[in-house]
Design a protein around this ligand. Structure first.
Ligand code: AQP
Length: 334
């Protein structure tokens, strides 16, 4: 379908999109779309592994699409679509479920975490989530999967599943690799630098949402947890909170961490946070402006996603036909 290497990634429309999602995933995608054949998905089927209100889910899908576009993903350079609009994802997921071991799924840290957090709803989908994620990736003969650190384990399982299927049936899938950003693969919570920034955090002070108003961003950053002492210094072991804030500062300004340390030498955490808050606001405001244009033009948004789904379905077809053939499924011709 293309001579270029293929990139695939997605985000769940399961709540607000935060700066961690942006810095860990979307930021890389913007650069990759120029070099790779790129496919970016809104993975709504994954989102329903935890309870979702239908209207809220629809709203989140559209907001996430607007964030993708406002961040600089370009439908002329990349395919942008919603997972459930291409039925081959769930079709392939079933086949991959039948090639994935219970023991492998039981080892997934996301399942362990989420089943702890959603004790009333430990459904089969939550457990087999990685097989659906493997289908998302393998359907397009993907080479690289740009994700944050928390998704590395799922991409490694995807690679194992692809390898197993290839051993059993011949060359069916590319065996993909995770692509993690050198800096920003794990942005930590503002209120708790020992766990990752997360959309399902119990407090809104954990994250900066990409749609937070400037004053809310300022307040959240001024409230962020700091470490003992007063020196602005990167030291993940002794100063996990300040190191996380320095990482964010560096990524939104493209200044390196050493130069930021110098800039704030002799100044306290208060000045540093004020500077960081302004830098984040300056970085997010232009994205929010474009976001508003996209979210206010629903027909345009729907057209982009509909076209993306058509293109994705076309691309998925040869892989799905081959899978049906090698596995020995079905009889009917079209
Ligand atoms: N804190 C983070 N730092 C860097 N990257 C991150 N990602 C998520 N959190 C961070 C990356 O963003 C993409 C979105 O993946 P997802 O929609 O599957 O969400 P997730 O990984 O489950 O993380 P969330 O958004 O915080 O949701 P919850 O609260 O449900 O866990 C992935 O590439 C992910 O690595």
């Amino acid at each position: 379908m293309t001579n270029k290497k293929i990139v695939f990634s997605g985000i769940q429309p399961s709540g607000v999109i935060h700066l961690g999602n942006y810095l860990g995933a979307i930021k890389q995608w913007i650069d990759l779309q120029d070099k790779y054949f790129s496919i970016f998905c809104i993975v709504d089927m994954h989102a329903i592994t935890v309870q979702q209100e239908p209207e809220e889910l629809q709203k989140n899908i559209r907001e996430l699409a607007a964030i993708y576009l406002a961040s600089g993903l370009d439908p002329k350079k990349a395919i942008i679509f919603v997972q459930s609009d291409v039925s081959a994802h769930t079709e392939l997921a079933w086949v991959l479920n039948c090639n994935t071991q219970m023991g492998e799924l039981e080892r997934m840290t996301q399942f362990k975490d989420k089943s702890q957090r959603h004790k009333q709803n430990i459904n089969a989908g939550l457990f087999t989530y990685p097989a659906l994620m493997a289908a998302d990736i393998l359907l397009y003969q993907t080479n690289k999967v740009p994700v944050g650190e928390d998704q590395r384990q799922h991409v490694e399982l995807t690679r194992d599943i692809a390898h197993r299927v290839n051993n059993k049936y011949g060359q069916v899938f590319e065996e993909p690799e995770a692509l993690l950003p050198e800096v920003g693969a794990r942005i930590m919570g503002l209120d708790d630098p020992t766990s990752k920034m997360s959309k399902s955090a119990s407090s809104g002070n954990n994250y900066i949402a990409m749609t937070d108003e400037p004053d809310k961003i300022r307040k959240k950053i001024m409230k962020a947890v700091t470490d003992s002492g007063s020196e602005v210094k990167f030291d993940e072991e002794k100063k996990p909170a300040i190191s996380n804030l320095l990482t964010i500062y560096s990524l939104v300004t493209e200044k390196n961490i050493k130069s930021l340390e110098k800039e704030y030498a002799g100044k306290g955490y208060g000045d540093f946070k004020k500077g960081l808050a302004e830098a984040v606001v300056e970085f997010i405001e232009p994205i929010q402006k474009k976001y508003k244009e996209y979210i206010d033009d629903q027909p345009k948004l729907e057209k982009i996603l509909t076209n993306g789904a058509k293109e994705a379905a076309k691309l998925a077809q040869p892989t799905m036909e081959n899978v049906r053939k090698v596995v020995g499924l079905g009889v009917a011709n079209d």
